[in-house]
Design a protein around this ligand. Structure first.
Ligand code: PXL
Length: 276
């Protein structure tokens, strides 16, 4: 069994089952040593609560990196999610350059359903687009892919629309693209994995109600599978099956509107990876 060390950079939302509080347990369950660099600390995530506190940790990043440098700390991969500011994207770029000796996986984690998350603007989206295009693998949803390519967001589309989004991302320099939430027919959705310009599609059932945090659950499970030696297509399928199971365990509980009960699906994830 591979034992890899990954650094994940994303926020700590104290409440809400997203970003670091899902990445850390999911990556650990995958048998991956997980180091963390919090981008910001929030009282809770920014979607649906009455408000939120936000402490940007950008300023701490250069010092943390300088200390790691003294001890020659390196990671087998770096996986980034929700970041705190444009300035921070620059720090993250330097940390990747200094400490990463393997693949860089960037989840833009900035928009969904045609809209940027509260607190982000077009300038942030543009800087994040650049980071995604520098990465070895990026995992945008359709909204994020549209923002990154200046394309009009549509809820109704066909394969040509998705392929043109992928082509535009590749023109901007994107390498492997894992596009989530791609639905070509009623009741079904899936993920397109584009490697070297060639797309494969994994389709699965679609739940009518979307759950918050599934993008983070998906990206974390994908990275965990990748670290275990699965290729991009296999990792994309495992992450999709796991995310579906997380949603299945959550739907019907209206008190749990803020996230998914991913903990209940972790044993199944471990089995999907062949670890038990
Ligand atoms: O799930 C993405 C995410 C991560 N972190 C914070 C968020 C969101 C989405 O709303 O608000 C703080």
């Amino acid at each position: 069994m591979a034992y890899k060390k990954v650094l994940t950079i994303q926020d700590i939302s104290c409440i809400g089952q997203c970003s670091m509080t899902v990445a850390l347990p999911i990556l650990s369950a995958s048998g991956t040593e997980t180091c963390i660099l919090p981008s910001a600390v929030l009282s809770n995530h920014t979607a649906g609560f009455s408000g939120f506190t936000f402490r940007d940790l950008s300023e701490d990043m250069p010092g943390i990196s300088a200390q790691w440098k003294k001890d020659r700390i390196h990671f087998d991969a770096v996986y980034t999610g929700y970041l705190g500011s444009i300035e921070q994207i620059g720090y993250v770029r330097n940390i990747i350059k200094t400490h990463c000796k393997g693949p860089v996986i960037v989840d833009p984690a900035m928009a969904d359903n045609g809209k940027l998350y509260v607190g982000f603007d077009a300038a942030y989206a543009e800087e994040m687009a650049k980071l995604c295009c520098e990465a070895d693998i990026t995992l945008p949803n359709i909204t994020e892919a549209c923002l990154m390519t200046g394309t009009e967001y549509r809820t109704s589309y066909d394969r040509d629309y998705i392929e043109s989004l992928l082509a535009k991302l590749r023109e901007r320099g994107a390498k492997t693209i894992v596009m989530t939430g791609v639905s070509y027919r009623e009741g079904r959705t899936g993920v397109v994995v584009n490697v070297n310009g060639v797309s494969t599609y994994y389709e699965h059932r679609k739940f009518e109600t979307g759950c918050h945090g599934t993008g983070d659950v998906y990206a974390s499970a994908f990275v965990g599978a990748l670290m275990q030696g699965f290729n991009e297509q296999e990792a994309a399928r495992i992450a999709a099956d796991f995310t579906l199971l997380c949603i299945e365990k959550t739907v019907g509980d209206e008190s749990h509107w803020y996230g998914v009960k991913f903990e209940l699906a972790l044993p199944a994830y471990i089995r999907m990876l062949g670890l038990s």
